[in-house]
Design a protein around this ligand. Structure first.
Ligand code: NDP
Length: 610
């Protein structure tokens, strides 16, 4: 059942003006004055939501030794960079990881149905180097985790790693030109170079719904799935839920994948929805061994770049991946071909792109009509925004789950859950409050984006002039190329913020690792003790980011709120997309390649004591 009024546009393909009006209306419904502040940090009474349910920490003695490189984070950032450092002959690398093993997001996210939405052949890093061919076009979480372990083993990253180890503080020691890293295991180790690979969606968050602390039934966040309670495993069969009334809050990429499994197993399932996701076809298939055998050396890089070009507004002669991410470009080309005199100016391309986007989203909405039997439920599941306003989702069973008699969509018409009590979730509807009694409440409410870097990392860093990173960035992040921070010598950040963002995140990490290895090799070969971005270079980069972000900001402004656009407040430097280089990832990667080729380390000050 849904709490919305029946709507009458079933199957209709609305005209562009009507669509713009509807998109604006749906966005405005969801804009909130508290923006990103609406979420609750998992500390204090909520800290238990963060506990590692998978691995008990092994006993070990505290470490006080020195390493050349300390890398915080054992996810893709740590694995890719660790591997590339080793290939470049920089062997003394230590990865420090909070989880009990390598894997990062894939260590934590083990919920039933977890799968990667980006094609496995471009998403899994180092496929040619490890000689591994994924089993399917879209890989499942256990295979990804296994691949992380494969990389760690092949590049001997386990040897010196500190797992189940949480960094608590990092301080620069100017006398020794070393970072001192303190952890919850009593360590006070030192490192010549410090690399932060904390991950963009790393710290789970809770919605700040009144009463969120009061629920007395069973509860957990999807990134710490409690299989002891639900039974079953990553493939589903959650047999302990057969006699349980389960609620799930959130309908983003995570919920879309686990809802079909909950639907199959729970006695009753209530899906509390604020904004529907766009659900395109998944169309997964096993890898064709003949195709795999035909791949020429260098194939993975070519395929990765082709995808990034096509998903960041660029053109290519062919579409190698051909899936729901790149389909919109195909629709754009069809529009151009249909026109006798296509307008190829930037504004002409932008308006044709908007029409292609309408085509795409009409298709997505029609798919809901095709798959969902109940008309009101179908209407409530239709997304009214442009495709890349929110993370697009892909699934072949999610929408059909709502045809089951035990599954109930509780659409809140953009308002979210009203409150939580000891026993129930309460929602406001046209006929007043409605209460849903539950045995188990699952939060699929995502991860912190746009909160302070140090809050997300879980520790602060004190730089060369005694200033902490949180103080230095009080007014917003300030970096050179998203990697270097003035006042924090020999420290490097890995990620998309103030660099290039792409939906295929490992691509940007691979590019960042090239940059990093180039700089570290230079520093080591030339006995550089301290390497630091100048204040002027940082200022110049911030101005460049600001100039390049203008067009992107107006698109972001028109979008329904979410973590892509800083919950509807797309300021420079905020939100997942707003924080990145506005000309797109490929332009950023080219800029970095030119920077390396010039060989002059522009913007960095290099100091040697001897
Ligand atoms: P998201 O941040 O995408 O989704 C959070 C959900 O919680 C949204 O539906 C949001 O609604 C909802 N929500 C928040 N507050 C409330 C409230 N007060 N009442 C009701 N609903 C509320 O988190 P996910 O974990 O789903 O995904 C995070 C990201 O992780 C993805 O975008 C993707 O990048 C990545 N991911 C990738 C996967 C893959 O490759 N397959 C799989 C899973 C995740 P609203 O939209 O209105 O804000």
């Amino acid at each position: 059942m849904t709490t919305t009024e029946p709507r009458t546009d079933r199957g209709a393909e609305l005209d562009p003006d009507e669509l713009r009006r509807r998109y604006e209306l749906e966005r405005d419904k969801r804009l909130r004055a508290d923006g990103n502040e609406q979420y609750v940090e998992m500390t204090g009474q909520f800290a238990h939501y963060l506990e590692d349910p998978y691995v008990a920490p092994q006993e070990r003695e505290p470490l006080f030794d020195d390493v050349t490189v300390a890398l915080i984070g054992g996810g893709f950032a740590g694995l890719i960079t660790g591997a590339r450092l080793k290939e470049a002959g920089i062997d003394d690398v230590r990865i420090i990881e909070k989880g009990g093993d390598f894997g990062g997001t894939w260590y934590w996210n083990r919920y039933p149905g977890a799968q990667c939405d980006v094609e496995s052949y471009i998403y899994l890093p180092l496929l040619e180097e490890t000689g591994y061919v994924p089993k399917e076009k879209y890989t499942r979480a256990p295979e990804i985790l296994e691949h992380c372990h494969r990389i760690a083993r092949q590049y001997e990253l386990y040897d010196n790693a500190c797992l189940s180890t949480e960094v608590q503080a990092i301080d620069w020691d100017d006398e020794r030109d070393r970072w001192v890293i303190r952890t919850n295991r009593g360590d006070a180790m030192t490192a010549r170079f410090l690399i932060m690979g904390n991950g963009p969606l790393h710290r789970p968050k809770l919605p700040g719904i009144p009463g969120v602390e009061s629920f007395r039934g069973h509860t957990f966040h999807t990134s710490r799935w409690d299989y002891d309670y639900t039974g079953g495993g990553p493939d589903g069969n959650l047999e302990n839920l057969r006699d349980k009334r389960v609620g799930i809050i959130g309908t983003g990429a995570t919920a879309v994948q686990c809802v079909p499994h909950l639907a199959e197993s729970a006695q009753e399932l209530h899906v509390f929805q604020r904004t529907p996701s766009s659900i395109d076809v998944r169309n997964n298939r096993p890898t064709d061994p003949e195709w795999a055998a035909s791949l020429e050396p260098g194939w993975q890089k070519r395929r990765i770049e082709n995808f990034t070009v096509l998903t960041s507004g660029g053109m290519a002669d062919e579409d190698l991946v051909m899936d729901g991410w790149t389909d919109i470009i195909g629709k754009l080309l069809v529009r151009f071909r249909q026109s006798d005199n296509p307008d190829l100016t930037p504004s002409g391309i932008a308006s044709t792109m908007e029409l292609a986007d309408f085509d795409k989203m009409n298709e997505i909405r029609s798919r809901v009509d095709e798959l969902v039997h109940d008309q009101n439920t179908a209407e409530a599941l239709k997304p009214w925004y442009r495709q890349f306003c929110k993370r697009p989702c892909f699934h072949d069973d999610y929408l059909q789950a709502f045809n089951r008699p035990n599954v109930h969509l509780v659409d809140t018409d953009g308002q979210g859950v009203a409150r939580i009590t000891e026993t129930s979730v309460v929602v406001n509807g046209p006929d007043g409050e409605r209460e849903y009694e539950l045995d188990c409440l699952i939060y699929a409410t995502g991860f912190e984006v746009g909160t302070a870097y140090t809050r997300r990392a879980g520790y602060d860093v004190t730089g060369a002039r005694g200033q902490t990173l949180s103080d230095h960035w009080e007014g917003g992040m300030r970096s050179l190329h998203g990697m270097h921070v003035h006042g924090f010598p020999n420290m490097f950040l890995l990620g998309h913020a103030q660099g290039g963002f792409t939906a295929n995140y490992p691509h940007l990490l691979e590019e960042a690792s090239l940059q990093l290895v180039h700089i570290l090799r230079h520093a080591i070969d030339n006995d550089i003790d301290q390497l630091e971005a100048t204040e002027e270079a940082v200022e110049e980069w911030i101005q460049t980011l600001d100039e390049k972000a203008r067009d992107m900001r107006s698109f972001q402004q028109s979008c329904t709120p979410g973590y892509y656009n800083n919950e509807g407040m797309p300021l420079q430097g905020a939100g997942l997309i707003g924080a990145s280089y506005g000309e797109g990832p490929m332009a950023f990667f080219r800029l970095m390649a030119e920077w390396r080729e010039s060989g002059d380390m522009a913007g960095l000050e290099l100091r040697s004591q001897s």
